[in-house]
Design a protein around this ligand. Structure first.
Ligand code: CA
Ligand code: CA
Length: 298
């Protein structure tokens, strides 16, 4: 197993980033990740305003995958996610979907004990660890790790967790996989602008699908297939996620187009991943059980 340390991190996903390691398809990699604040917030006295934007959203990596070429897809199977014993949340006026009702900046420390996030003395929440930032290098531009896109990045999708596989488009030789921004638990929407932000370790198995690519990242969970798309507003993100699902299913099953649209209307689910990043993220899902007779593969 390859181990990639959290000192080997980038804040921008870029075709110019140099790989910190090279692995082969089929290899297992453990990424050690800092939290989204580069582990700088340790107590409730450490405020968000005291750390710089330059150190927000580190992603460990990037790791080159031998043989990956533009036009391929990188399959990243998430074998395990371990999180630390303490997570952190911030609330900041004017930030997030509810920032306009806030007047003070606060830090909240959330201990993790026996698989639960201790929110206060009356509420504990079972943890469900997920990856906020996971992506390949974009084709041309530098994209900050805090922004999602066709390359993945800050998709903040709570289903990107143990047991799922993320299929990411490859835009540059080596693909350049990086990840970080773990959440011990997060709700759809991520309305305050954070989950329970936490350092941790992600174990993945990478594989290459040669000469085949979808427009947006695809997520395969044990129960469903999803397309994940991001845009400046939710309407555009929904439009992209829907069209990506029409493409994905249309290429793999012999539906009439009108039937495919009807199927998505009665058995597909359009869901919000997050509404607080520079681009917003929507996913469109179809249960595997519904399409089981088509034997779908990426
Ligand atoms: Ca995030
Ligand atoms: Ca986060």
């Amino acid at each position: 197993m390859h181990i990639i340390n959290d000192e080997q991190a980038v804040y921008v996903l870029s075709p110019k980033n140099q790989p910190v390691a090279e692995v082969k398809p089929g290899d297992v990699i453990k990424f050690i990740t800092m939290d989204c604040f580069s582990n700088q917030i340790k107590t409730e006295r450490d405020l968000f305003s005291s750390i710089g934007w330059a150190t927000i959203n580190p992603a460990t990596g990037p790791v080159a995958i031998a043989g990956a070429e533009p036009g391929d897809t990188l399959a990243v199977k998430i074998d395990d996610i371990q999180v630390a014993e303490q997570g952190v949340m911030v609330t900041v006026p004017e930030m997030g979907a509810l920032g306009k009702i806030l007047s003070t900046t606060e830090t909240k420390i959330v201990p993790i004990k026996d698989g639960k996030a201790i929110f206060n003395d009356k509420i504990t929440i079972p943890i469900d660890p997920m990856i906020g930032v996971i992506g390949t290098a974009p084709e041309k531009e530098d994209i900050p790790c805090g922004t999602p896109g066709r390359h993945g990045g800050n998709m903040d999708t709570k289903l990107i967790k143990k047991g799922s596989t993320v299929y990411l488009p490859v835009f540059v030789p080596g693909a350049m996989l990086a990840m970080g921004d773990l959440h011990a638990v997060m709700g759809d929407g991520e309305v305050s602008i954070c989950g329970v932000e936490i350092p941790g370790q992600v174990t993945v198995t990478v594989d290459l699908i040669k000469g085949k690519q979808e427009m947006w990242p695809i997520l395969e969970t044990p129960l469903a297939w999803y397309t994940i798309a991001s845009a400046e507003d939710l309407d555009q993100a929904a439009d992209s996620a829907l069209n990506a699902m029409v493409d994905f299913l249309g290429k793999r099953a012999d539906f009439k187009l009108n039937d495919l649209v009807s199927l998505l209307s009665i058995a597909g689910n359009l869901e919000i991943s997050q509404v607080v990043d520079p681009l917003k993220t929507v996913r469109m899902g179809i249960a595997k059980e519904i399409v089981q007779n088509y034997n779908l593969k990426f």
